[in-house]
Design a protein around this ligand. Structure first.
Ligand code: IVH
Length: 670
């Protein structure tokens, strides 16, 4: 008996519906049904296909879960070779590129299609009469590997194209990659399962795409972005048009693509994307400029294996290899010991790096970094450089594993490590000069007592000379003592004394923050000041009372109690008071009843006021400022260059205000 046409129709309808949901989710980033509903549709289609194998089709989304493993990939010869791009690193090279092209074409001005350069793997996808039939890796450019079954599992790759994609063959080219957030999740999963972690999203994508068992690939969060075609349709005029068409056929293309002309236009795009780079959901390693007109591309042709009409303008690499020449241990304000690798200088992420953090003992042990090792160092954006991994096969003979000291390198006190923490700590407290120095720097920092001019070098000198032990000693400094220090001119000495004088008038919030109580950041200090209104009441509070302050949990309450139970700390507070440090008791208006206060988040640069000023206006009315956008946020005040907070607010439907709207609202609020 043949299959009834009702079943056939249902299968067809399910395939279309499922693929539409795939497209909404992976291409448009705008899902319209819950996951459970999607799963139900998917299972129904699987059920029909199991009962009616004759209905199975190549382009069915059920293939996306993977099929039988293969023992090796077969070779695929690319019909048009997959070329590489020449690289450029400097404005001069970009200038020369544009000039070369203008000369060759004998024109004054050339329009370019400009796009991000994805840091993934190039693949080629072949469609015949609108159906995906084959997918291949780039390989050596002429021949790649047939990874069709694996690519079918990538949900952002359409398995069937709309009718207007035409008949015949279409070869789409682009990049397979992994979003950074998906990569983190995958590594988390790998760690939990005791499996090997991947060093970066690119390696994770490569490893996933080259699985012989496509069911494994199906479990990996791969994405695809299209950036070109093998041979364009003769009716298409420009590369921008190619990308528009591909987007229309359902392929994801970079949202950041634009047109630009002239070397200055190219540079402007490079700088713009460079500034945006850390906020993109995926890794890019530069931008690509392509002559937009396809006939001009043809006319320009190729040099060896790269087109003359395009160039990759690379960002400085964020990862480089270098050698570990030593491992030191630094002591932070709270006594935390941080192992730091001293490196042979290396240019990475746009700066020369000589030190990189190894984070803590657990991390150090996991990576097993040793003096003499060749390591991968990473510096992305403003992030502190870190050692990512060790090249074990380059390890010289005779190295020994590094072990953390049992005594503090700064003061010799015992090093302790509680089992629930990755961090080892010096137990010396303020006896430890390293902690003392950090504590002084924190006390003097801008958001604490704001003592201008009291920087690292001066603190080093003051502590090393035995002139200053505690913050209270700062207020006993005089011109005579200061001028005895190295490189201390009278002018800077009197400036420092003036800054100290000014800092005597504080607020309770600043003073509490300046004390450097573990786990008490600025916002907790503010909450404490608001709640207790006086230092005396705060110092006398039990852990239970402390826990009644918003956002103070048992751990924070315990650190506060411990701090005020330490006689040495009480003595410092007393000495500060006697040295004339005073603060306004009370924390502004008392906090409002829960439910009556509004929560604001501030982001970006406001046109006429600083974020601190905006914060003060909000707090003066007893409302709150939070550090991140959540469902509880009432308003996001967004200035120029608002980044992820703005997108998060939009996602959650939080009201977004510009400065003008903010001022109106804050005036109107009770
Ligand atoms: S166009 C003929 N556009 O960069 C030009 N390539 O060195 C072919 N890539 O392996 C490439 N993003 O995988 C082009 N927007 C982009 C790209 C891009 C990344 C990769 C591509 C290729 C390599 C070229």
């Amino acid at each position: 008996m043949g299959t009834s046409s009702a079943v056939r129709k249902e299968a067809e309808a399910l395939r279309r519906e499922i693929e539409e949901h795939n497209r909404r989710y992976y291409v448009l980033d705008d899902p319209s049904i819950p996951d459970a509903e999607y799963d139900r549709l998917f299972r129904r289609l699987q059920e029909i296909e199991a009962l009616h194998p004759e209905l199975m089709s190549e382009d069915s989304p059920t293939h996306r879960v993977g099929g039988n493993p293969v023992s090796e990939f077969s070779e695929v010869r690319h019909r048009t070779p997959m070329l590489s791009l020449s690289n450029a690193f400097s404005p001069e090279e970009i200038e020369a590129f544009d000039e070369r092209i203008r000369k060759a074409l004998d024109v004054d001005r050339v329009a370019y299609s400009v796009e991000p350069k994805f840091d993934g793997l190039a693949v080629s996808l072949t469609y015949r009469d609108g159906v995906f039939i084959q997918g291949a890796t780039r390989g050596d450019g002429a021949t790649g590997e047939d990874v069709s079954a694996n690519l079918r599992t990538v949900r952002s790759i359409p398995l069937r194209l709309p009718r207007d994609a035409g008949s015949g063959d279409l070869e789409v080219r682009g990049e397979v990659l992994m979003f950074l957030a998906d990569f983190e999740k995958l590594n988390h999963r790998q760690r939990a399962a005791g499996a090997k972690e991947f060093v970066n999203p690119r390696n994770a994508a490569a490893g996933s795409l080259r699985q012989l068992d496509s069911r494994i690939t199906a479990q990996r969060p791969l994405r695809f972005f299209a950036y070109g075609v093998g041979t364009p349709d003769p009716a298409w005029r420009t590369h921008s048009e190619v990308l528009d068409r591909l987007s229309g056929f359902g392929f994801p293309v970079a949202g950041e693509r634009e047109s630009a002309s002239g070397a200055s236009g190219l540079m402007a795009y490079f700088n713009k994307v460079g500034a945006l780079r850390d906020r993109l959901p995926y890794a890019i390693d530069g931008v690509v400029y392509k002559v937009d007109r396809l006939d001009w591309q043809q006319a320009l042709g190729f040099i060896s294996r790269a087109p003359r009409f395009a160039i990759a303008h690379k960002f400085p690499a964020q990862e480089e290899l270098t050698e570990v020449v030593g491992i030191d241990v630094q002591v932070g304000r709270t006594g935390a010991l941080t192992p730091v690798a001293r490196l042979k200088p290396v240019f990475v992420g746009g700066v020369t790096v000589t030190n990189a953090t190894l984070h803590n003992e657990d991390e150090l042990r996991r990576k097993d970094v040793r003096v003499g090792d060749t390591v991968v160092v990473r510096r992305a954006g403003d992030v502190i450089p870190e050692v990512v991994s060790v090249l074990h096969d380059r390890r010289p003979g005779g190295t020994t594993p590094f072990s953390m000291p049992v005594a503090c390198p700064a003061c010799g006190s015992a090093v302790t490590k509680s089992p629930d923490e990755a961090v080892a700590r010096c137990s010396g407290g303020l006896f430890c000069p390293a902690q003392r120095k950090q504590a002084l720097l924190h006390f003097a920092s801008r958001r604490a007592m704001d003592i201008e001019g009291l920087g690292e070098k001066l603190v080093d000198q003051l502590v090393d000379a035995g002139v200053v032990d505690t913050p209270a000693d700062l207020y006993g400094l005089d011109i005579a003592t200061l001028s005895r220090l190295d490189r201390m001119a009278e002018k800077s000495a009197s400036n420092l004394l003036a800054a100290l004088e000014k800092s005597r008038h504080a607020t309770l919030q600043r003073f509490v923050y300046a004390l450097g109580i573990r786990n008490v950041g600025e916002s907790t200090a503010r909450d404490l000041a608001m709640h207790f209104g006086s230092l005396g009441r705060m110092m006398a509070a039990s852990t239970e009372e402390l826990e009644s302050v918003p956002d103070v949990g048992p751990i924070v309450a315990k650190s506060i109690r411990q701090f005020f139970d330490e006689p040495h700390n009480l003595q410092v507070i007393d000495e500060l008071r006697r040295a004339g440090v005073a603060w306004v008791e009370g924390g502004g208006r008392p906090a409002r009843e829960p439910g009556k206060s509004k929560t604001f988040v501030l982001t970006g640069t406001l046109p006429t006021m600083t974020r601190d000023e905006a914060r003060a206006m909000i707090e003066a009315k007893g409302h709150k400022v939070a550090g991140s956008v959540s469902k509880k946020t009432d308003f996001l005040v967004a200035g120029e260059d608002s980044g992820s907070k703005l997108s998060k607010a939009r996602e959650l439907g939080v009201t977004v205000l510009d400065e003008g709207e903010f001022l109106k609202i804050i005036k109107a609020l009770e």
